[in-house]
Design a protein around this ligand. Structure first.
Ligand code: ATP
Length: 298
């Protein structure tokens, strides 16, 4: 199974609820930067991880805390049995990057194990298990461009007529999502109960125009992320002065994504950012599919 990273085109955050979660109104887009998860028959449940060299493999737990492992436990519980499998994860999505790479692996593992054991779990049950696994996991199943509400787990596809080109700049060191939310609480004690709505962004998506989308991008977690990592603000300024339509922190960061006019524009911007000394610069387009099967020879 292949599962994509996400960027949040709109991330409106409300004041923390009693259960500690923040209510969100978000618009997710799946982009062409993917992890692959392969499940093989085995007598017990094991996990192996391979990564591209610039990903910090040491930051990924390979024990019961891995979202792949937790996916196997929750799916097994739903079917009243213990699931086994030798699960291989090939990671290309930066870890703790605000791109929901762990959620992508969890979503891919749910479908891979469902197929391996021929469980025929219904879509509704898969989505419910995904929501239990993590707020971003249902979107990783659905993909495309979608509105997320609740804590982000209630997803609904939205109309998106464009092909959007992104330059993605990960950081070497991840940023903890709970830490960014805690900092949001400190900086925004006046945050509204109802998170800022996404109507402007949804309207911009329907135009198909990158300039309109650039103007509408919104992330309430950008301020706390940049406050914790001031170099992210400098990176956004640099990308915009090199010609990006707009730079924005992805989710809770620290990955920064730049919206471009076209594939050529994205390649040019990536080259310019690399010449300024940025080590890893990726180009991807969206929207792409949610977790999906790919032939094993690909
Ligand atoms: P989100 O925006 O959903 O919080 P993120 O992109 O910031 O996600 P992830 O890469 O999904 O961050 O991982 C966050 C943490 O989850 C990691 O620091 C790691 O400890 C843990 N984790 C568990 N399973 C995985 C996995 N399969 N891949 C990456 N991280 C995982």
């Amino acid at each position: 199974m292949r599962a994509a990273a996400k960027v949040n085109l709109h991330l409106g955050v409300g004041a923390a609820r009693e259960d500690g979660f923040h209510p969100l109104t978000t618009v997710y887009q799946a982009v062409g930067l993917c992890d692959d998860v392969t499940a093989h028959p085995a007598d017990d449940l094991t996990l192996t991880l391979t990564t591209t060299d610039w990903i910090d493999a040491g930051a990924v737990p390979v024990d019961g805390d891995n979202l792949v492992h937790r996916a196997a436990v929750l799916l097994g519980r739903h079917h009243g049995r213990e699931l086994t499998g030798r699960v291989e994860v090939e990671k290309a999505i930066p870890v703790a990057g605000g791109l929901a790479g762990g959620s992508a692996d969890g979503a891919a593992a749910l479908v891979a194990l469902d197929r391996l054991h021929d469980l025929r779990t219904t879509d509704d049950a898969l989505l419910a298990i995904a929501a239990e696994l993590g707020s971003d996991v249902p979107f990783a199943l659905v993909g495309g461009t979608a509105l997320g509400t609740g804590r982000g787990e209630l997803v609904e596809p939205v109309s998106d007529v464009g092909t959007w080109w992104w330059v993605i700049v990960p950081s070497r060191q991840g940023l903890s999502t709970p830490e960014v939310y805690r900092h949001f609480d400190r900086l925004r004690p006046d945050a509204p109960e109802t998170p800022p709505g996404a109507d402007v962004l949804l309207g911009a998506l329907r135009t198909g125009q990158p300039v309109s989308l650039a103007r509408a991008l919104h992330n309430d977690l950008q301020e706390p992320a940049v406050d914790l990592r001031p170099e992210l603000g400098l990176l956004i300024d640099r990308g915009e002065s090199e010609g990006a339509l707009r730079g924005i922190v992805s989710g809770s960061g620290p990955t920064v994504v730049f919206l471009c006019e076209s594939a050529d524009h994205a390649r040019d911007l990536a080259g310019a950012l690399m010449r300024t000394g940025q080590e890893v610069v990726l180009v991807a387009n969206g929207a792409v599919a949610g977790a999906h099967l790919v032939p094993s020879h690909v």
